[in-house]
Ligand binder design. Sequence first.
Ligand SMILES: [Fe+2]
Ligand SMILES: [Fe+2]
Length: 274
Amino acid sequence: MLLVRVIVHISDIHFGKTDERTIIPLIRAVHEANPDLVIASGDLTQLARKREYLEARAFLSSLPEPQIVVPGNHDIPLWNPLERLTSPFARFKKYIASNLYPTYDDQEIAVVGINTARSRSTKYGHINREQLVYVREKLCPIPSDHIKMLVTHHPFDLPDGYTDKRQLINRAGRAMKVLAECGVDLLLAGHLHRIFARTTAERYKIEGYGALVIQAGTATSFRSSREVNSFNIIWTNSDAITITRMLWSVEKEKFEPSAEDHFRHTDGGWVPSA
Ligand SMILES: [Fe+2]
Ligand SMILES: [Fe+2]
């Protein structure tokens, strides 16, 4: 089986509330993966303070390029009502990236990042019509033999036992129709601080379509109340995906490979494989 691309997917690093022991080992583990692309799916900071953004910028600059980085709800300065209303993403643009809708494509994969955070909402995610038009413009024309990916902060699916549907992207069903139309393969997100991967076919009944929701946990934050810190390494092939869960070992003070999730592509979309 020909390996096509290696992607490191980190999320919710939350500078301002990080476990300092995890930072250097995370940087080391990301380099050891030798990725073709690094994706960071939001919540770079805890309170969107300047000091936190500076730390996040230094951290990202220590990781391999290219990178796709999108903001999360914590990257808006909710404590500053004027800035929150008038320029909620000014700090993200100044310290991290001027483009809230980053793209990457090569001969094998195509990636679009979308900003799902909103100044009016402290934690819930949204995707609007203009953003769906953008996704359609960018990903529909890409040949179907490419692995097409959408990166958001907020998730399109929830882990088992998680009942708060407000955590799903608002109007996710409408978005899924566009994603199905364009044959988007992978939906990468964070926000829940839970690491898991599953097909969308269970929640969204779209004939002949099943993308993969790939959720990263929090890589470095103390906010990880339920799980140890983690990130994903995604190994793509044209018709097979393997996701290695990299989990923080408190004893060894390093990230180690844990479970692997395997999926294959069928006429009905992506399904789990042995
Ligand atoms: Fe978070
Ligand atoms: Fe979040």
